[in-house]
Structure formats: structure tokens, C-alpha cells
Design a protein around this ligand. Structure first.
Ligand code: ADP
Length: 326
């Protein structure tokens, strides 16, 4: 199957992080050069490392002269072409986004052979860390996060942006334990106007477990943005069970199972990991053909959301904090 061979090749070609691609550790003080809206520039005190990504390293940074803390995302100014492209997309798209459930982009500047992005700080790790630690979340918690992620997807789609790489590891937790989608490296801009969906991004991107089957097929046009709804379905399943539904040892097997919607909910009877019929129903609703997937507004009107408790903002902090890393 030439198509499958091509997919395999593309997956294998995904840049694998190498240490030489990462920037060297930053000095204790980072200087932001003067700019139009900051005539005197700024100084950041570098704190602890937050994490390493494909080509970036993130550190905590405090703006000197204030108590404000940010995430400093650092990338080498000279990067391999492929990564440079990913980074440029990320910059362009991310800097235009503003929503309470997207990591806020604040500034970007060059300093000592590196590019620095100043981002809203999410000090409580990713949703993936939390779900792993807790071995699955409760229904109210899943409602809380799903509503937040659905809201962010609605916002992005309204702006003509498809994220394309939504997964638990890309959803960070702010100091109030709110979900913030980060990493716009694979996002794509839909061409707006009459031919809104005519440009198809044929590059295979995303993480095997979260990829919608139509990305692997040719000739299905017009519902590109629905790949994010598929990913939300996968994320919801994973929040409940702590693993994605099609998890397998090979990428081919993951794709095969995704195409056949071959997944099973774990037995939860008699345990404290209750998963309701409504929950299973809304997840199944999202894992269908692209043109039949519900939009974010329809999702949050489903019985799963309206007939059960949804924690209010801030309330989640007390129950979650104990589990958050320090
Ligand atoms: P890449 O684009 O190279 O994949 P990421 O954006 O995933 O890099 O960032 C790498 C790591 O840095 C993440 O896995 C996470 O641990 C941490 N990180 C990224 N953004 C933030 C943020 N806004 N607040 C806190 N930590 C962050």
C-alpha cells in the first residue's frame, strides 16, 4: 500500500529532538532589547527549568522590578530549516491568539544567539502529567477541562486556525489549574473567503494516538478543522482512563484501530472510576466521520455536560493542588 508506506516515511521523518538542536542554558539574567513599546528594554531573572520540547527549552523567568513571572521559551536562532518553519508558523499564529484557555503569547526577542518567547506561565505542568499522576480524572473534572478545551477550539476555529496537534501533553495548567493550550507549531491557517476550505494541508502532522483517520486519506475535503474535534474525543477518553483509546505498540496498529473505531472502555463497575453512559456517548459522537462530528457548542450542550456537576472556576484548585508538582 503506497499510501501507507508514504505515511510511515513521513512519520519517521518527524524531527527527533537532538541535544545539539536545543539552545544552551540561558545566563542568570536575560536582557530584552529596547523596542517601540518598551523603550528601556527589560531584564528577566531566569529561574528553574520548566521542560524541554522538540527544539525549545522553557525556563521560569521573573521580570526584574516586579513580582511577575513568565515562561521563557528559548530556541536557537539558527535552526534546521524544517524546525525554523515550524517555529515561524508558531510565532505568527500564536501571537495573534487571545483566549483564557490558550497560553498567552506576550513578547518575542533575540538575545545571545537565541530567540526568546515570553509566555504566560503555567506552573502546574501538563494535563498529561496530572492525568498520569491521578490515573484518570473524575467526571466533574473531565467536564471542567473539556468545556475549557472546547471553548479554546471554538475560538481558534472562529479565527480560521486549526490547531492539529491537540493532546494532553500540549495542554498546560495555570496557577488556578485552568487548562491552557500551548504549542502552535503545527497549527494551520485556513484560507478564508469563498474558498474557505479549499487549501488542504497534506503534511502529516500530529501525534499518532491523536490523529484523525481522514488525515491519512486523500480526497475528503471541507472538514479540516474537525481534526481538532477528533483530538478532543481522544483527550476526553484519555482523561477518564489515562490512556488514549487506540494505544498500540506500532503506529500502523494505532491507525488501523482508529479507522475501525476499535476501542474499549475499561470496566469500572464497583470501582471509584465511574464513567457514565453519557460520557461514553459524547466521546463516541466525536470519533465519527469528520462531517458528522459535533462543533464545540453542540458538544457542551450534550447531556454529559448539562446533567452533571461542573466545577466552577477556582473551585478545582483545592482538590487538585495537592496533586500538582511543586
Ligand atoms: P516544543 O515547541 O519544542 O515542543 P514546548 O512548547 O512543548 O516545546 O515546550 C517544552 C516544554 O516546556 C513543555 O513540555 C513544558 O514542560 C514546558 N512549557 C512550555 N510552555 C510552557 C508554559 N507556558 N508554562 C510552563 N511550562 C511550559
Amino acid at each position: 500500500n503506497p499510501q501507507a508506506a508514504k505515511i510511515k516515511a513521513t512519520v519517521a521523518a518527524k524531527p527527533i529532538p537532538k541535544d545539539k538542536d536545543h539552545p544552551p542554558p540561558p545566563p542568570p539574567l536575560v536582557f530584552e532589547p529596547p523596542s517601540n513599546d518598551r523603550h528601556d528594554g527589560a531584564t528577566y531573572q531566569v529561574g528553574k527549568m520548566l521542560g524541554k520540547g522538540g527544539f525549545a527549552i522553557c525556563y521560569e523567568g521573573r521580570l526584574q522590578g516586579s513580582q511577575k513571572k513568565f515562561a521563557l521559551k528559548i530556541v536557537k536562532s539558527k535552526m534546521p530549516t524544517k524546525m525554523e518553519q515550524k517555529f515561524q508558523t508558531e510565532l505568527q499564529i500564536h501571537s495573534k491568539m487571545r483566549h483564557q484557555n490558550l497560553v498567552q503569547f506576550l513578547r518575542a526577542f533575540a538575545f545571545e544567539k537565541s530567540t526568546y518567547l515570553i509566555l504566560e506561565l503555567c506552573p502546574n505542568g501538563s494535563l498529561m502529567d496530572m492525568v498520569k499522576r491521578r490515573k484518570g480524572l473524575t467526571e466533574p473534572e473531565v467536564r471542567f477541562y473539556s468545556v475549557q478545551i472546547a471553548g479554546a477550539i471554538k475560538y481558534m476555529h472562529a479565527k480560521g486556525i486549526i490547531h492539529r496537534d491537540l493532546k494532553m501533553g500540549n495542554i498546560f495548567l495555570d496557577k488556578h489549574m485552568n487548562a491552557k493550550i500551548g504549542d502552535f507549531g503545527l497549527a494551520a491557517l485556513l484560507v478564508t473567503g469563498k474558498d474557505m476550505h479549499t487549501i488542504r494541508r497534506t503534511t502529516l502532522c500530529g501525534t499518532p494516538n491523536y490523529i484523525a483517520p481522514e488525515i491519512l486519506e486523500k480526497g475528503k475535503k471541507g472538514h479540516d478543522h474537525m481534526v481538532d474535534i477528533w483530538s478532543l474525543g481522544i483527550i476526553m477518553f484519555a482523561m477518564f482512563t489515562s490512556k488514549p483509546p487506540f494505544q498500540s505498540s506500532t503506529t500502523d496498529e494505532i491507525y488501523r484501530r482508529a479507522r475501525n473505531r476499535d476501542y474499549e472502555w475499561p470496566m469500572t463497575e464497583g470501582t471509584n472510576k465511574y464513567i457514565s453512559q453519557e460520557a461514553k456517548e459524547i466521546v463516541a459522537d466525536m470519533l465519527v466521520e469528520a462531517d458528522r462530528r459535533p462543533d464545540p457548542d453542540t458538544i457542551v450542550k450534550h447531556d454529559f455536560f448539562v446533567s452533571g456537576y461542573v466545577p466552577v472556576k477556582g473551585e478545582i484548585t483545592a482538590t487538585f493542588r495537592d496533586c500538582a508538582p511543586d
